[in-house]
Design a protein around this ligand. Structure first.
Ligand SMILES: Cc1cc2nc3c(=O)[nH]c(=O)nc-3n(C[C@H](O)[C@H](O)[C@H](O)COP(=O)(O)O)c2cc1C
Length: 174
């Protein structure tokens, strides 16, 4: 059985594109991938490693940003499920030029939600080489997960993914 599950939202855009690239990097035979809305939560217990992918689609509060954000539903439906025995990491997409004050904020909400479920995020990522002013997804020079900007730094995406997977390998043993 595959022990790694990658969940992402939304389908059809950059997040899905990057999600697939992450699976390729790990080895597609080792990762189950699904958009978060299609995933049957009953099966969550089958996986040790969870990779969670999202884009920040602006608003003051990411959770209120749009009713169509299925991550909100996921965290409500999984209330009461303990994540403490899982290895979890998040990747977040954003646009640092158009949204420099909210760059990859969704990583901050991922952290909060995972911690509300008793878990913690692995795979912190250095915030060097980005140009932004504020982010809910970063503290003390590190993002809470992999920050990607497909709109302005797409040329770095594959090397960033590669380096991040190397970091995760130490804990996730794919
Ligand atoms: C309406 C809208 C609002 C956005 N707000 C933010 C934001 O607050 N912070 C940020 O870093 N990126 C923001 N972005 C950029 C997206 O996160 C980025 O383009 C991402 O790659 C989109 O992924 P997708 O194609 O899978 O939807 C916004 C994009 C749109 C269209």
């Amino acid at each position: 059985m595959k022990k790694t599950l990658l969940l992402y939202w939304a389908p059809g855009g950059s997040v899905e594109h990057v999600a697939k690239a992450i699976c390729e990097q790990i080895g597609t035979e080792k990762v189950e991938i699904s958009d978060v809305a299609s995933f049957d939560i009953q099966k969550l217990g089958n996986y040790t490693n969870l990779l969670l992918g999202s884009a920040t689609i602006g608003a003051e509060d990411w959770r209120d940003a749009n009713d169509n954000n299925k991550w909100n539903e996921f965290f409500v439906k999984t209330q009461g499920i303990d994540f403490s025995n899982k290895k979890i990491a998040a990747f977040g997409l954003g646009n640092q030029i158009l949204y420099p004050e909210h760059f990859v904020d969704s990583l901050g909400y991922m952290k909060e939600e995972v911690e509300n479920h008793g878990g913690m995020l692995l795979g912190q990522w250095p915030a060097e080489d980005y140009k932004y002013t504020e982010s809910e997804g970063e503290k003390d020079g590190f993002f809470y997960g992999l920050a990607l900007d497909e709109d302005h730094q797409a040329e770095y995406t594959s090397s960033r993914i590669k380096a991040w997977i190397e970091i995760l390998k130490k804990d996730m043993d794919f």
